[in-house]
Structure formats: C-alpha cells, structure tokens
Design a protein. Structure first.
Length: 302
C-alpha cells in the first residue's frame, strides 16, 4: 500500500493571532505541518537577489517594509503548545547567521517541547545586507552552514561532544543528555545547495515556489548527486512548494511521486484583515476537501 500524501503550509507575514488561528484549524483538519521562515532585519536599501527564477518581484514581497517578521523559535513554541499532531518546521532557518550551539539548543528544545514534531529546514541565506548588519561574513555562509550541520548532528546524538573546525571550536560540552531525532531538511535550488542536500540531508525543500517541470529537473539533479555520493540508499523525502493550491496543479506533483506538498500560506489562509475568521476557516476547509486532506486519529509520537 502506498503511503498517504501529506499537505503542509508554509507561513510568512502573519500577525501572531492570525498564525495561531491558522495553526489550530490546520491541526484540526489534518494538514501535515506548518513551516516558518526566518529573517531578523529588513535592510532599507539592498542589492541582493533571491536565488530563484522569480526575480525581484518575489524579493520585494519577502522583505517589504510592511512585512511582519517574528522570531521563528517563539512561533514554533507557541504553535507546538496550541496543537496536538501538527508538525512544525523552519523553511528555512538561515543557519550561518546563527551561533551553532545556540541553534542546537533551539532545535533540541523545539524537538522536546513538541513531542518530536519538529523538522529543521536549513539554508545558506541570500540577503548580504542582513549578514552585514548581524556581523557574519556573507562569503563564508556555505562553509559555516556545513560546519554547523556537523555540530548539530553531534549535539543531537546526546551526551558530551567537542568540536574543532575552521569557524567554530570548543571543548567537551553537552546540549542534550539524550539523543533527539530531528529530520534535517536542506533547502535551495542552486548547485551547491543540491550537492549539500545529497550529502547530508534527510529531505529537500525547494526555494520559493516551483513548477512541476522545475521540480522534476531539480529532483533529477539531487538523485544524480545522491548516486555519485553513495547516499542513494538512505531514506529521503521531497517537500515541494507548488505555485498554487489548485487540485489540478497539486495533482500533477502527486502523480510524479512528490507526496509531500507544502502550500503557500496566503493561498489558503489570506494574511489580510479584509476577511473574517469565519471566511478564512471556510476557505481552509474548502482546500482540505479539494485536496483530500482528512484528520488523522493518532498524534505524532515523541
């Protein structure tokens, strides 16, 4: 028997109360999870470009001055406490801007407080001006991401560990006394990102939104890289973000074997005050019916 496809929602630019309402009703209806993006500052002037084919239009929406940005780790905790089975993940955490030990503490806490419902979605970041403001060298972000992943895996193993690398070094210490199982989801559509996916990740999530043709091309690259690195035998998941929640669009991905769909939040729960809560709930219920999303009887275990 083939497994049941999953449908999650990626969120951005919601008020806290709107986010909590979405979380509670997504949990009730049987959506698989909520994903949270990460930015910490919005530069007034910037020249960086998001590494997708969508170009500057998508960039302006991501970091417009009107965008409401909240720390994803606080949101993760709030949603974990308000839901029973909904998975919670970052899509994505800009890993190189984070101290690896503080990030390890965040991830272990998110895992334990949610009862094992947490997924860490990672990326290198693209907004140089944000790196400059925080004081992290932009040209080191790939190397810092790789080294932080190495440290996170040591921390997740439980017990004491030490590390000596190019960017980080510390004597024996402990983040968690017990092992934690945190799925590592690496994001990105570029060559270096896809090679990283094949080397170390448990799953992949695409940047921004993709067409089915783009998703097929990117999956083919990942599978070639996994074969070349000898990791093709490991369990692996694909999370894809299509352009719409239309059943025909989503159905195309499902027919090609993409069975973890992640919908863009504003497409299924508009982040506007022009609709009432009742209208938003009705819209989300309609999406669930159209895509065959149904409540699951068992909560996710620890």
């Amino acid at each position: 028997m083939s497994r049941r496809p999953t449908v999650g929602i990626t969120t951005y630019n919601y008020s806290p109360q709107d986010m909590m309402n979405l979380a509670v009703h997504a949990d009730r209806l049987g959506f698989e999870g909520l994903w949270f993006g990460e930015h910490y500052v919005i530069p007034e002037n910037y020249g960086s470009h998001h590494p997708t084919k969508e170009g500057s239009a998508s960039e302006s929406k991501i970091i417009a001055p009107s965008v409401r940005i909240y720390d994803p780790w606080f949101l993760l905790g709030a949603v974990a406490g308000a839901t029973k089975r909904l998975k919670i993940g970052t899509a994505i955490c800009i890993v190189p801007m984070n101290n690896p030990l503080i990030l390890a503490r965040h991830t272990v806490t998110a895992h334990d407080i949610s009862g094992g419902r947490f997924l860490l979605g990672t990326g290198a970041g693209w907004l140089k001006e944000e790196f400059d403001a925080i004081g992290v060298p932009f040209n080191e972000r790939g190397a810092r991401l790789d080294e932080t992943i190495e440290i996170l895996k040591k921390a997740w193993a439980g017990g004491f560990f030490a590390h000596s690398g190019k960017h980080f070094a510390f004597e024996s210490l402990q983040i968690s006394p017990h092992p934690v199982k945190v799925p590592l989801v690496c994001g990105g559509n570029t060559g270096p990102a896809l090679r990283r996916v094949a080397e170390v990740a448990d799953a992949w999530i695409n940047s921004a939104m993709v067409s089915l043709e783009e998703a097929l091309e990117l999956r083919a690259v990942i599978e070639r890289e996994r074969q070349a690195r000898g990791t093709a035998g490991r369990p692996f998941e694909y999370y894809v973000r299509p352009h719409s929640a239309d059943p025909d669009d989503v159905g195309g991905f499902l027919r090609e074997g993409f069975d973890n769909i992640v919908l863009w939040g504003p497409n299924v729960w508009p982040n506007t005050d022009e609709l009432s809560l009742e209208e938003k709930i009705a819209g989300l219920e309609r999406v669930a019916r159209d895509l065959g999303v149904t409540p699951q009887l068992e909560a996710v275990g620890a």
